[in-house]
Write a protein that binds this ligand. Structure first.
Ligand SMILES: [Zn+2]
Length: 690
């Protein structure tokens, strides 16, 4: 029998609180004289079968005793106006037991259709594919104990390896609010065998695959989990179970996502730290950890050394202070498998092992010492000797050119016999400098076979201020797993030829971010984050840290300077002051002053971290000595000092309750230095210019 449903009259009705169509009457073998109700007005309707002129049947429900056209509100109501009838919805509906689908639920005089309802257990499931208001969610939840399935199969959905989470880009604007109103469980349908359990209804801003997205963050679950979580035992048909179990395609996976809002940073910080602690380091693995100031990266590395107690781990850093620091901690914590070393020390070991000579002397090549290596240069002009030294150092620091004649040609337009002779002496082992060691090691691949047999793993600290040649050697000539740590925002040695190592790591590297600082508390942390671009930092510190409030009267503090000029000038006006590295600096300042004034030497000013040469040039010997003696009068030991003076460069990695920043810093030009300075304070951070 071919049945045609009229458009003008209701083609559905409520039968025992379930929505039915004329088709269902036959399907469920319903008595045609049963009580049917109108969905629109709740009044009784009748079922009618009528043969048309063209010999087809028309079947519909109708209101008895109605004058034609008086019930347009009821007559014009079609099934797809009261319930979702899209393909996705129909697919789910098809897998629901006949008597459990499209059940009418009422609250006061409002009613709605629950997509699936198990009356025995009083549990419903709602399939959500279209926008829905918070009020609608609330009224449905108020009528029925409902779990919800949201269709996210058209969205950007990914499993995330780090943290074992799943992310889903938020589809409808109003779903963002709607999910927060849902009382019971929410599962996201992804179209794959991974579903997402959305326990946390917040929306997060994250970066994934280089793009910023607003997402939900949930837990990937299997269909078996969904079956349990949604109590589907009585609801789903055998065919439905088979269908969902039969889906074999999994969600696409990304390695890691990054927090780009406060909430996501809080959530991901824990997950990222957890991941690092449980990471299995395999041959060739490169893990990079970008960690903000005060995020406890040294603690993390020490912890890792303990976790991997069977591995011999080399800890590498440029900075001797860092090495000393970690040596103390290793001793305190009884760690036996971590070997701290500077790059130069490792190079030296490799050199000795290659040359078979212990205790080789490493010289410092200067305009003075070069005369001992090439006697012909004795008594020749300073400028000549100096320029050869410079060229030699430059060649050693060039990771690309391995032939010295090529290099000389490129630099000066001609061959340089003196330079070639110098390098020959290095190659024949007649003398060695640390720079030359680097170059030789890079060309000769000394590290291959050396590092891999000596250690099981390498930790590299301060990756943001790295050396290109060392990086090449580590990446090309070693295969043991490596972990690079550092903070991109604290790269402050680019003027000295350093590179940001994070930018040169191979694509296969896994980059993890640590967001939380345990040093700088709020509100200062919040302010600092907004002051810098790409500053992904949150505070987990108990400190109450404020900016611009002034150092409390009588409190001791640390005073940070960008330049030695400003530091020395200011030191004259303070009593009980301690200056970090003062004696060593004054010795070198006197030497420098002599070179600049007496010999009228030309220094390449970009080799200095600040404007010191320019400042010294402006001083006579008397000026300089007066300055030094007036500072000397004020100096006390660090312990007795009311104020401790440091350059920002030398205060990296350190902290104090009260920190004051001098106004000799160009906060736009020296953004990273400014960031370093700002992130040193635990209680009061004072900017002189504010
Ligand atoms: Zn009606």
């Amino acid at each position: 029998m071919a049945a045609i449903y009229t458009k003008e009259m209701p083609n559905f009705a409520i039968y025992k609180e379930q929505i039915i169509t004329p088709e269902d009457i036959y399907k469920f073998n319903i008595d045609k004289s049963s009580e049917f109700l109108c969905y629109n007005c709740d009044k009784k309707v009748h079922f009618r079968q009528q043969r048309n002129a063209d010999n087809n049947y028309t079947e519909h429900f109708y209101h008895p005793n109605t004058v034609k056209d008086t019930h347009t509100g009821c007559d014009s109501l079609t099934l797809d106006k009261v319930k979702d009838t899209d393909t996705w919805h129909n697919m789910f509906s098809r897998f629901i037991e006949d008597d459990k689908r499209e059940i009418i639920r009422r609250i006061e005089n409002k009613k709605h259709i629950v997509d699936a309802y198990d009356a025995f257990n009083e549990m419903g499931v709602e399939f959500q594919n279209s926008p829905i208001s918070v009020a609608d969610v609330q009224s449905r939840d108020a009528t029925t104990h409902l779990n919800w399935i949201f269709n996210c199969s058209a969205q950007y959905v990914r499993r995330v390896k780090v943290g074992g989470i799943a992310i889903c880009e938020i589809p409808h604007d109003n779903w963002e609010k709607a999910v927060q109103a849902v009382k019971n469980r929410i599962l996201l349908w992804t179209g794959h065998n991974d579903w997402i359990l959305l326990e946390n209804r917040d929306s997060y801003r994250i970066q994934v695959d280089g793009k910023l997205r607003n997402v939900w963050i949930g837990k990937p679950v299997t269909f078996a989990d969904v079956f349990e979580l949604l109590c589907l035992t009585n609801i789903l048909t055998e065919a439905g179970i088979e269908h969902f179990n039969g889906i074999t395609t999994g969600l696409a996976e990304v390695e890691v996502v990054y927090g780009r809002c406060k909430k996501s940073m809080f959530l991901l910080d824990d997950l990222h730290r957890e991941y690092v602690n449980h990471h299995e380091f395999k041959s060739g693995d490169i893990l990079a950890v970008k960690s903000v100031a005060g995020s406890g990266k040294t603690t993390t590395l020490l912890k890792l050394a303990k976790i991997h107690s069977k591995k011999k781990i080399l800890y590498l850093a440029f900075n001797k202070a860092l090495i000393t620091d970690i040596e103390v901690k290793i001793k305190e914590q009884g760690i036996r498998n971590l070997y701290p070393s500077t790059f130069d020390k490792v190079l030296y070991q490799a050199y000795c092992s290659k040359s078979g000579e212990e205790n080789t002397e490493v010289i410092n090549l200067t305009a003075m010492t070069i005369q001992n290596i090439i006697p012909w240069l004795r008594g020749k002009p300073f400028k000549l000797r100096d320029s050869i030294c410079r060229l030699f150092t430059k060649f050693c620091g060039n990771p690309k050119i391995s032939e010295i004649s090529d290099f000389a040609y490129r630099e000066t337009g001609k061959e340089n016999a003196m330079l070639s002779q110098l390098w020959k002496k290095v190659v024949y082992g007649e003398f060695i400098t640390f720079d030359a060691m680097r170059k030789l090691s890079l060309i000769g691949h000394w590290f291959s076979g050396f590092m891999d047999t000596k250690y099981d793993m390498i930790m590299i600290d301060e990756t943001q201020d790295f050396d290109m040649m060392m990086l090449r050697m580590l990446l090309d000539d070693t295969t043991i797993p490596k972990i690079f740590v550092g903070d991109t925002k604290q790269a402050i040695y680019q003027w000295r030829g350093c590179i940001n190592g994070f930018e040169y790591l191979p694509a296969k590297s896994l980059v993890i971010e640590f967001y939380s600082t345990f040093r700088v508390g709020d509100p200062a942390c919040e302010i600092i984050r907004t002051q810098f671009e790409d500053c992904w930092m949150i505070s987990k510190s108990k400190n109450h840290t404020t900016l611009n409030e002034g150092i409390p009267a009588g409190a001791k503090y640390t005073y940070l300077f960008r330049t030695w000029r400003a530091l020395l000038t200011a030191a004259r006006g303070f009593n009980k002051v301690y200056i970090h590295g003062y004696e060593k600096k004054i010795t070198s300042i006197r030497k420098l002053h002599q070179i600049l004034t007496e010999f009228n030497g030309n220094l390449e000013e970009e080799e200095f971290e600040d404007d010191l040469p320019k400042f010294l040039k402006s001083l006579s010997v008397d000026d300089l000595e007066n300055l030094i003696s007036s500072i000397d009068e004020n100096l006390v030991s660090a312990g007795d000092a009311m104020v401790k003076f440091y350059t920002i460069h030398s205060y990296k990695g350190l902290e104090d309750d009260n920190v004051r920043i001098a106004d000799d810093i160009d906060i736009e030009e020296d953004e990273n230095l400014y960031y370093v300075a700002l992130t040193r304070g635990m209680k009061n951070i004072v900017e002189n210019w504010v």
